[in-house]
Design a protein. Structure first.
Length: 101
């Protein structure tokens, strides 16, 4: 497994931060876009770009709704995204373990 490349979708620093934050939630739990933006200290445009890439890969599910008349966007890590992140962590751990040998 150490010879396999790390998932390039997750490996980008900003996307890794998004995935790691969403992975900390219980499966099927979601986080409001503005809350994630604040937690990661990212601009809305930058976060949107990375979320779109994660959504295209099937790693993040975006729920758009309304709270009253105000649009609201919620994000959750999909089962596929959760598996990809777990595999990414395993690969990274193996890589780091091999680097210490």
């Amino acid at each position: 497994m150490p010879d396999e490349p790390l998932d390039p979708v997750i490996h980008a620093a900003s996307r890794l931060r998004v995935v790691a934050t969403l992975a900390a939630l219980a499966p099927r739990d979601s986080l409001a876009f503005p809350r994630l933006q604040k937690l990661l200290d990212m601009t809305a445009g930058n976060l949107s770009t990375h979320v779109r890439r994660l959504e295209e890969a099937g790693y993040v599910v975006v729920h758009k709704t309304h709270e009253g008349r105000t649009p609201a966007t919620y994000l959750e890590l999909s089962p596929r995204g959760r598996r990809a992140f777990e595999q990414y962590q395993d690969q990274l751990a193996a890589l780091l373990k091999g680097a210490g040998s």
